[in-house]
Design a protein around this ligand. Structure first.
Ligand code: SF4
Length: 176
C-alpha cells in the first residue's frame, strides 16, 4: 500500500511507539459493527491490549482523544454537513482510515432515503429532515474523505476486520 499523503520520507510508518494507536468512530448507522467489535473483545482483549491503544472509543470509555491516530475505523454513513466536518477532522488526525460496515463502505442501507420520491417524503419525514439539519443526500465515507481500506458487511465481516487490524499491526511494526 502507498503511504498516505501526509507521510513524508522521514515519517513513514515505523516502530515509533509500541502500540498501534487506534480510534473507533460511529456516524449515521445502527452501530452494529461497534457491538460486534465489543463482542470480539471477549476473545481478543488480552491479546489486543498489549498491541493496541484505543485512544478514541466512546463505546468503552469517556476520555477520548483524536490526536495522533495511526488508524481510524469509521462506521456509518455521512448524513449532515456537521458529520462531514467531523470526519474530515478525523482524516486530518489519522494516518489511515478504514471504512467499517456497509453504511460506511457503500452508504446503504442508511442512504435509503436518497431514493425517496417526493410522494414518499411524508410530513413526518420532512419534520425529521428539518429538525436535525440533515444534508440532502446521505453519503458513503469515500464521498467525503479518502478511505484507505474497507471492512465490508452488514454488520462488518469480523474475520476481515481482524485481518485488516493485523495488516496495520504489521505495517507499523507492532508485530512481525
Ligand atoms: S452496515 Fe448494517 S449493521 Fe452496520 S450500521 Fe449499517 S445497517 Fe447497521
Amino acid at each position: 500500500m502507498e503511504p498516505p499523503a501526509q507521510f513524508t520520507s522521514t515519517n513513514q510508518p515505523s516502530a515509533t511507539h509500541s502500540k498501534l494507536i487506534v480510534g473507533w468512530f460511529s456516524f449515521t448507522c445502527s452501530e452494529d459493527s461497534t457491538i460486534l467489535f465489543t463482542e470480539l473483545l471477549n476473545d481478543h482483549f488480552d491479546e489486543w491490549k498489549k498491541l493496541v491503544e484505543f485512544r478514541y472509543l466512546k463505546a468503552l470509555k469517556t476520555r477520548n482523544s483524536l490526536e495522533g491516530l495511526d488508524v481510524a475505523f469509521i462506521e456509518g454513513a455521512i448524513s449532515s454537513e456537521k458529520q462531514a466536518a467531523e470526519v474530515k477532522k478525523i482524516r486530518d488526525n489519522a494516518k489511515y482510515i478504514v471504512a467499517v460496515g456497509a453504511c460506511a463502505c457503500t452508504g446503504m442501507p442508511s442512504a435509503s432515503r436518497n431514493d425517496f420520491t417526493s410522494e414518499e417524503v411524508t410530513g413526518k419525514i420532512a419534520w425529521y429532515m428539518s429538525r436535525f439539519d440533515y444534508s440532502q443526500k446521505v453519503r458513503k465515507l469515500e464521498d467525503v474523505i479518502k478511505v484507505d481500506d474497507k471492512v465490508e458487511g452488514c454488520p462488518m465481516n469480523a474475520t476481515t476486520f481482524i485481518e485488516v487490524l493485523g495488516k496495520y499491526l504489521k505495517l507499523f511494526n507492532i508485530v512481525t
